[in-house]
Design a protein around this ligand. Structure first.
Ligand SMILES: [Fe+2]
Ligand SMILES: [Fe+2]
Length: 167
């Protein structure tokens, strides 16, 4: 498997979860947790492993991608701090979905094809192993507290969430 194939697989999974969330219903809270932990782990393996390894191929696109991750993280934080019954939930979900769609489209259309050409097979296999390992580690951690910058207790997290949604 190419490093970009692993990332594309994760993109498809996020799209599925967004579709489920759009429909709403009883499973919303669990689906939202899945989406949040997947997105956090996905952006982390790109930021920590994939982007640094391929930066020299397309430095400008990588710099933009890092900024887009930061914006997505901001909106994700607002979304998971929002009760699905609140009227702010739908617009926050929509904006996050649009940000991610745009970002994924640029990665898959502009960035990944160039990287696939530049990366050797052995290097790509190495990256896949490192990213899979790190993805698992992050998912096993308390990922949501990672998003709230180390807020460990529910109390600290809810304060961080209040800050995130303050208007
Ligand atoms: Fe990605
Ligand atoms: Fe990305």
């Amino acid at each position: 498997m190419m490093a970009t194939d692993l990332l594309k697989k994760q993109h498809r999974k996020a799209e599925e979860l967004f579709k489920k969330l759009e429909k709403g219903g009883r499973m919303t809270a669990g689906t939202l947790d899945d989406l949040a932990t997947d997105l956090i782990a996905h952006m982390a393996i790109e930021n920590e492993i994939f982007y640094p390894a391929v930066r020299s191929v397309q430095p400008d696109l990588i710099a933009e991608a890092i900024e887009e991750h930061a914006v997505a993280e901001f909106e994700l934080k607002r979304l998971i701090a929002t009760n699905p019954k609140d009227k702010a939930f739908a617009p926050r979900l929509k904006v996050l979905q649009e940000l991610i769609e745009h970002h994924v489209e640029e990665e898959e259309r502009d960035l990944f094809p160039k990287i696939e050409k530049a990366l050797g097979g052995a290097r790509s296999t190495e990256l896949v192993a490192a990213m899979q390992q790190r993805f698992k580690e992050i998912k096993a951690d308390d990922t949501l507290s990672l998003l709230f910058k180390g807020a460990k207790s529910a109390d600290e997290r809810s304060r961080a969430a209040d800050l995130a949604t303050a208007t």
